[in-house]
Design a protein around this ligand. Structure first.
Ligand SMILES: *Cc1c(COP(=O)(O)O)cnc(C)c1O
Length: 456
């Protein structure tokens, strides 16, 4: 009896077939649905009332559990790929990428080592090589898909500090990262984990951090600076730092240049934005999140090192039981970031890119930029609206004149309550505002105009 129960969850039986059919049917419906509502969060007491206690000794069976997910739990999760999801940085995975995510799970691929997952690693590496060449990095660069930009930034900065330690073995002060005051919060988070300091430099009115401001920090903090982080598309505004002028400082100072392009670096795929990123080809490491503007499902960040050996030296885990993996020259993704076991999370993106081709991606990125530009012009035209900055990429930040923070909050909550859109309040320099992060190719100009109309 115990034995039967032990095998029941793994063996292929009639029960298993039904369960797999149920799950695939649901997935098929969801992937092909064109009217999945936006949905919204529920308070915990409400979920407790609706879903009750879901975990028990006996189990409730797949049919009930899936129904519970479909009718109670999923509707309590905002549909992040909805065309009117315009907050934070949205996600909008291609159909191919979403569908292939199921395949990655079904295939039980271990993505950590060449020994176990060479085919998957080969495909992932082709994508990384394609990205590297788009960014102008040398063909010898390489890296790994990690969980997100936060882990990508941390892993890159750990490698940067390791390199600095090797170059400056006698340095015994506090290490310093220099970045813009508009850099993403994950840089400060990485610094806390690493126990190093952050010097955030004011980028000035334009929001663009440039070489002169960075030079001042380098002169002040000298050899304590092991890394400079340039942001390739800030989260709040989509502002791209002047990477070329920062990179030029490498001729005079010894630092690792990391480009945080989690959201924006994908902009390089579009001829409309490519030039803004000049200088990225001199980076020692870069990140870009496929789960943002590269239309892949959660969660994936491409971390690329100019010199992958620097990443490998910093991150390879050593243990007797791992020697068989680490005593080789084979490419094991685990060696390039602060992780070991990993899903081959680059594969959904690989499948989609292989399927549709790079040109489709260029067009999708270009479309976001064009739509952002068009709605920015509309906002400028409207009385009572103020565009906070011209969009550089696809984030449009604007104010409704006279609105307080509370006005934005009430309006935003109502939009979601009425299932019209998900647009959250934000602020800049102490002034409340709101923003459209335009990324989903299914978002239309009319969608955005409708939302502006609700602010009249
Ligand atoms: C989103 C973002 C991050 C963090 O990435 P996660 O995948 O959310 O961890 C870092 N930097 C920038 C510029 C971002 O936009």
């Amino acid at each position: 009896m115990t034995d039967t129960n032990a095998r029941r969850m793994h063996a292929v039986t009639g029960e298993t077939r039904e369960l797999v059919d149920l799950v695939l049917d649901y997935s098929r419906r969801r992937i092909l649905s064109e009217d999945t509502p936006l949905d919204k969060p529920l308070p915990e007491y409400e979920l407790r009332r609706l879903a009750g206690q879901t975990v028990s000794e006996k189990g409730m069976g797949a049919e009930r559990a899936l129904a519970l997910f479909e009718h109670v739990l999923a509707p309590a999760c905002i549909t992040t790929d909805h065309p009117r999801y315009l907050s934070f940085i949205p996600t909008a995975p291609t159909k191919a990428a979403t569908a292939f995510d199921l395949v990655v799970s079904a295939s039980a691929v271990y993505g950590g080592s060449w020994l176990e997952g060479s085919g998957a690693v080969y495909a992932e590496n082709q994508v990384l090589a394609w990205l590297a060449s788009e960014f102008g990095l040398p063909a010898t660069s390489g890296g790994v898909f990690v969980q997100g930009g936060t882990l990508g930034n941390l892993s890159a900065l750990v490698a940067a500090r390791d390199s600095a330690r090797a170059l400056r073995p006698d340095f015994d002060g506090r290490w310093v990262i220099v970045c813009s005051a508009e850099a993403h919060s994950s840089i400060a988070s990485a610094a806390r984990v690493m126990d190093v300091d952050v010097v955030s430099v004011q980028p000035g009115e334009s929001g663009v951090l440039g070489g002169e401001a960075v030079r001042a920090a380098l002169e002040e903090f000298g050899s304590a600076v092991f890394a400079v982080v340039a942001t390739g598309g800030s989260t709040n505004f989509g502002i791209v730092d002047d990477i070329a002028s920062i990179a030029a400082l490498k001729d005079e100072f010894d630092f690792w240049l990391h480009v945080d392009g989690a959201y924006g670096l994908a902009g390089m795929l579009s001829p409309l934005a490519r030039d803004r990123f000049a200088g990225v080809e001199r980076a020692d490491s870069v990140i870009v999140d496929p789960h943002k503007w590269l239309f892949a499902p959660f969660d994936a960040c491409a971390l690329i090192y100019r010199d992958p050996e620097a990443g490998r030296r910093a991150h390879t885990q050593h243990a007797e039981y791992l020697d068989t993996l680490t005593d080789t020259t084979e490419w094991s993704p685990s060696d390039y970031a602060a992780h070991l076991t990993r899903r081959a999370r680059g594969l959904p993106f690989w499948f989609s890119l292989a399927t549709y081709g790079a040109a489709a991606y260029r067009d999708a990125v270009t479309a976001s930029i064009q739509l952002a530009e068009r709605i920015a012009e509309e906002i400028e035209r409207r009385d009572g609206f103020r565009l906070v900055r011209r969009p550089q990429l696809s984030v449009v930040v604007f104010e409704r004149e006279g609105w307080s923070k509370e006005d934005y909050s009430i309006w935003s909550a109502r939009l979601l309550e009425e299932q019209r859109a998900f647009v959250t309040p934000s602020s800049h320099a102490g002034r409340p505002n709101t923003r459209f992060a335009v990324l989903n190719p299914l978002t239309t100009f009319e969608d955005l105009v409708d939302i502006l109309d609700t602010m009249e």
